[in-house]
Design a protein around this ligand. Sequence first.
Ligand code: PBG
Length: 327
Amino acid sequence: MSFPHHRPRRLRTTEAMRRLTREHQVSAGQLILPAFIREGASEPVPIASMPGVVQHTTDSLRAAAADAAEAGLGGIMLFGVPEVRDARGSAGVDAEGVLNKAIADVVSEVGDDLVVMSDLCLDEFTDHGHCGVLDADGAVDNDATLEIYADMALAQASAGADVLGPSGMMDGQTAVIRQALDGAGFTNVSQLAYAVKYASAFYGPFREAVDSQLQGDRRSYQMDPANRTEAMQEVGLDLAEGADMVMVKPALSYLDVISDVAEVSDVPVGAYQVSGEYAMIEAAAANGWIDRRRAIEESVLSIRRAGADMVLTYWAQELAGWLKEGK
Ligand code: PBG
């Protein structure tokens, strides 16, 4: 009988040994909390498909941002839910619009203690729910949309955002936004470019979170889930256009893509654990079918292991609490 000399199990014998030999970890500073603010809300509004997540009021958003800063999170990513929408998404550009006001509020609450990020996209603000304006045939007009994105970038930067997150997947958006920012002297405002964003079923609950008006789908601008090589083109373009950070979205079904992007990117790589990923684990846990905490920790760790430097996750605050407990 011959027994093995090489025994990987030796390094798994105790928790101390496992801790010593652990390759990857999650820390609070790498986590970004996405947060929604609803115009006119007097109480936080629960989002049924995302148990534990709300549409904030001005006050509850301020409190959430203060908690995030206190917990040492990497950042907060803001999304606005306006009361009035139109074909051009005007509320996104208006300095008095819900998102731009929220940016200013949060910045006044946390100052430099937390990186304040804002979603730069029209879908929350248009009455048709698309990420851009439509042409005469009802198709999303890339270049007309870019002009509005430039104005939106200036509105968000003027409100005090540190980082803009263009998520509309229009060609050339990173370059146009950079040019607009630099032209107005906002040279220190950076972009977390949604470089690789797939047309995903996993955004389902988000549509409820922002009361999306979308009929149809986003397949003419977001990527086909079948495509991996194309992600390299998208990242290459965003890097060439001046992206300061790049993101892959969703995360869990695209770990191969995160890994590819991390390989080629010379700027930090983010990944967005989206609403449907959140909802799946919460739903299974609520049924007692899965260990909630372990599933959350494992999912975020796997995204880090794939190569993401930072993770946008609706569990950011809770994860930071667990990390602080030191277990
Ligand atoms: C677009 C945007 C979406 C998400 C973030 N930014 C929705 C979409 O592209 O349809 C989804 C986030 C999530 O599902 O958690 N502004």
